[in-house]
Write a new protein. Sequence first.
Length: 257
Amino acid sequence: MSITKESELTGMQKASKAVAYTLKQMIHYAQPGMSTKELDEYGAKILSGFGATSAPYLTYGFPGWTCISVGNEFCHGIPSGKRILKEGDLINIDVSAELDGFWADNGASFVLGKDIHQHQKLVNASKEILQKAISNIRGGVKIAEIGHLMESEAKKRGYKVIKNLGGHGIGRSLHEYPEELLNYKNRFDQRRFKKHSVIAIETFISTSSSYAVELNDGWTMAGDKGGYMAQHEHTIIVTGGKPVILTEANEILKEKV
């Protein structure tokens, strides 16, 4: 969507606050021995307290309130009472929701407890690349150039990007124009970011794979060549200068290890 009046800005701020606070609290709440279903239900209660409704549930009938992916799962992981979190797990939580007709989206990968499997370097790379991408987005900049920046920064650090996942426009629904804000340069994409537009910009940084494939449950995605992936996502408003980060309250770019 494009922000054209104060009421739209206020609506997006409220929806973004709900998802950002929920994500932050879920990350802090997660601990070894807990099931992903328990973590998901905790997040659902927070969203409900804001009067917000889970976007994947509302839009796709997703069997959970938030997406929680663990280990080799890349994204869209279904919360389960059988999936028990362990020390050192690489976890991704994606929280998106609708509130009073406005939609917001954010996500983060993090290491649970001690980094015994050396995932933190990947997590930090994903954060740094998102930070760099956001700082380069403004009205008039080619969408493909930001994709090129993301892939170049990943390669510099010895990682790949997932080519069939990307960010998207957001606001009045979960996915809007512009779709496919990819993590690499599509030379045929001549689109440019537009001032006042709202987008969900996200990284998909991988150790081994370049494509994500759907698993047998019909939702969860993993790498075509295995390995691990880290994702970080903010909902932002594109301006003529520095973007407005609507989901900044999640503090995902704040902490580094």
